[in-house]
Design a protein. Structure first.
Length: 248
């Protein structure tokens, strides 16, 4: 069994320091790894990244993260990534990593993702160059995620970690008009291209927690405003990913 703690949209700045730490210090007793689904900072500055590193660094379990749209706001995403990696966090963007947990190999593929919408109401690569660029960004993000998942061979369980949503079900509660800016069906297709056990995302603060890809992969929106706690814990190599759910 593998226990995954997950949260997203923590938006760390100086005023957040110390808010998550008491629950984070309990992680070794309830989870084997912590995954964070983007929007680690408020405005994507190096100073905020240092606060994030202080709050989430030095934990007794591995921490794997992807960046979110907020982390790109100041065009300092490369520096933000460096700060987080220097603090021992694994930052993924179109990449995969493997953790050995309880004798099992856990593969995690991560990418920020992008918008574009869902079946029946999605953007298409037609017309103005600006629209083609928008859709091209979505396609490239999904392609990187799918390739990273398929490249994680020999793993006992695979997890997809994104910021943007791969399915519309976990957006329920958000205005329909902004669905195209919250996720893309292309991410769901990428997740279904490999034997993924669980998909985690954030971004949709007013969304719902649970959904599934067309291929049946459980999807969980772990945005902090949705789960309303420091993290949820999900259970892999189990009959039900929610069987080990822990409220913290």
């Amino acid at each position: 069994m593998i226990r995954i703690a997950a949260v997203g949209d923590v938006h760390v700045d100086k005023d957040v320091l110390g808010r998550y730490r008491p629950a984070l210090d309990q992680l070794p007793g309830v989870a084997d790894a912590l995954l964070i689904a983007g929007d680690l900072t408020r405005h994507g500055t190096v100073d905020e990244a240092k606060c994030m590193a202080e709050e989430f660094g030095g934990l007794a379990v591995p921490v794997v993260v992807v960046l979110g749209n907020h982390d790109h706001q100041s065009d300092q995403q490369s520096q933000v990534t460096d700060v987080l990696r220097d603090a021992g966090l694994t930052v993924l963007e179109g990449e995969g990593t493997v953790l050995t947990i309880n004798g099992h190999r856990l593969g995690i593929a991560g990418a920020k993702g992008f918008g574009g919408g869902f079946a029946g109401a999605c953007a298409s690569s037609f017309g103005e160059r600006e629209m083609k660029n928008f859709v091209g960004t979505s396609e490239a993000a999904a392609e990187k995620l799918g390739a990273a998942l398929r490249g994680l061979e020999g793993c006992d369980a695979l997890v997809a970690l994104t910021h943007y949503a791969p399915v519309p079900e976990t957006l329920t509660g958000e205005p329909l008009e902004i669905y195209p800016f919250l996720g893309s069906y292309l991410l769901g297709q990428a997740i279904d291209s490999a034997p993924t056990a669980l998909a985690l995302h954030g971004h949709a603060h007013h969304g719902s927690e649970r959904g599934r890809t067309p291929g049946g992969v459980p999807v969980r929106n772990v945005a902090h405003p949705v789960i309303k706690q420091a993290y949820n814990v999900y259970q892999l190599l189990s009959e039900d990913v929610d069987a080990g759910l822990v409220s913290v």
